[in-house]
Design a protein around this ligand. Structure first.
Ligand code: SAH
Ligand code: DHB
Ligand code: MG
Length: 210
């Protein structure tokens, strides 16, 4: 996705180090889909996590670990990021890079379908959740996020604009309908104070009201 103003922001605030550059290059060579978050989005997630003093974060959709590394770097040394990934090859790739980043103590990957893993987490509390997996279940992922995040914590989601398809009246596929439904619920949910910012492909950001 060409994003010249995003690139300008990234060049100032979100320069990738060698590790993140080589992660992306190897992910491309290995045939992983090129759908990681952007550097400016990584920086936005870091700012938000730092703003709430996050120690414990849940991610849905690890891919190669790119967003996990951005987020884990914003956590304290004893912080914890749990990331759920369906594809064992993606999880293995991410595990390798998380170790290379020296973050193996802070990041754990749970391999499985999010809709199977999330119920097993019921009763746990996270400071923040980042939703970035398949789109059809997004309304259900939002329900889980509302259960699993503490008051004052953050619910964040990638792809809230879904390449502009959310506002295209000619698009009516299941994923796009689900992103629209997610955004509508996110906007009207009384437990959240939320917004979508247009960084990258749209980032939904909501604070759980205390
Ligand atoms: N957050 C990553 C990108 C995630 S891409 C980053 O920015 O670096 C979406 C990922 O979600 C893919 O790796 C895909 O395998 C995974 N995924 C898709 N459906 C899933 C499901 N039902 N449960 C868990 N993971 C899923
Ligand atoms: C796609 C992009 C994403 O960022 C994501 O999380 C899932 C899917 C896509 O373009 O298909
Ligand atoms: Mg995404």
């Amino acid at each position: 996705m060409a994003d010249p103003t995003g690139d300008y922001i990234s060049s100032l605030f979100a320069r990738e180090d060698e590790l993140l550059i080589s992660l992306r290059e190897e992910a491309d060579r290995s045939g992983l889909p090129p759908i990681s978050i952007s550097p400016d989005e990584g920086r936005l997630l870091q700012v938000l996590l730092r703003a709430i003093g996050a120690r414990r974060v849940l991610e849905v959709g690890t891919l190669g670990g790119y967003s996990a590394i951005w987020m884990a770097r914003a956590l304290p040394a004893d912080g914890e990021l749990l990331s759920i990934e369906l594809d064992p090859d993606h999880a293995a790739f991410a595990t390798r890079y998380i170790a290379r980043a020296g973050l193996e103590a802070r990041v754990r990957i749970r391999v499985g379908r999010a809709l199977d893993v999330l119920p097993a987490l019921d009763g746990e509390l996270f400071d923040a959740v980042f939703l970035d997996a398949d789109k059809e279940p997004l309304p259900t992922y939002l329900e889980w996020a509302l259960r699993l995040v503490r008051p004052g914590g953050l619910v964040m989601a990638d792809n809230a604009l879904w390449g502009g398809k959310v506002i295209d009246p000619n698009v009516d596929d299941a994923a796009t309908r689900a992103v629209r439904e997610f955004n509508q619920r996110f906007a009207s949910e009384p437990r959240l104070t939320g917004i979508v910012v247009p960084t990258h492909d749209g980032v939904a950001i909501g604070i759980i009201n205390e």
